[in-house]
Design a protein around this ligand. Sequence first.
Ligand SMILES: [Zn+2]
Length: 188
Amino acid sequence: MIPDHKRFLPGSPPSPYGIPLDIKRDGAWGRGFLTDDVTLRAVGWLGDRVDCIGDVSDSCIDRLFVAYERSLKVSGEYRGFHACEVCSGELQHNPGGHVGPIVVWKERELSLIGDGHYLIRFERTVYMAPDLLSHYILDHQYRPPDEFEKAVIEGRFLTADDLVFRPSMLPPLSYSTCTRLILPKGDG
Ligand SMILES: [Zn+2]
């Protein structure tokens, strides 16, 4: 769990795990950073309980749906799929064999896999939120802070292309692990 409003130190990687955010650009691996003029804040990293319950505006939920449908998020680091810790049963975790919850709202449906997170810029703040956020809001009645709701509606969802790219000499852990797994013997 990361408390809502948590403010990260300048230069922190835009990753909830405190590790570099590995991204690829023009075929090369590197690390993604925010520009120096913004502050990174966390919202919606609930852990296993919901501390703030309430209504969220339709326009905010609509924006989250659109952002998910268009993959307006980042998922550079591979830590496995993040499951909702508030849900108690496997049926909720894996409805119908899906990985992750299925969220239904106004005849729209999202199948969330818990991979990656949102980075939403509004003025001089970038809010970092999990991609399970619409599930937290609609299925667990989580209410994010007012300022975050405003940012979702009026701000801009960043992708890896919006980040400052710094080349890295080392491939990310997930990449090297996968490469080792798929390379034929004696080829590495
Ligand atoms: Zn849940």
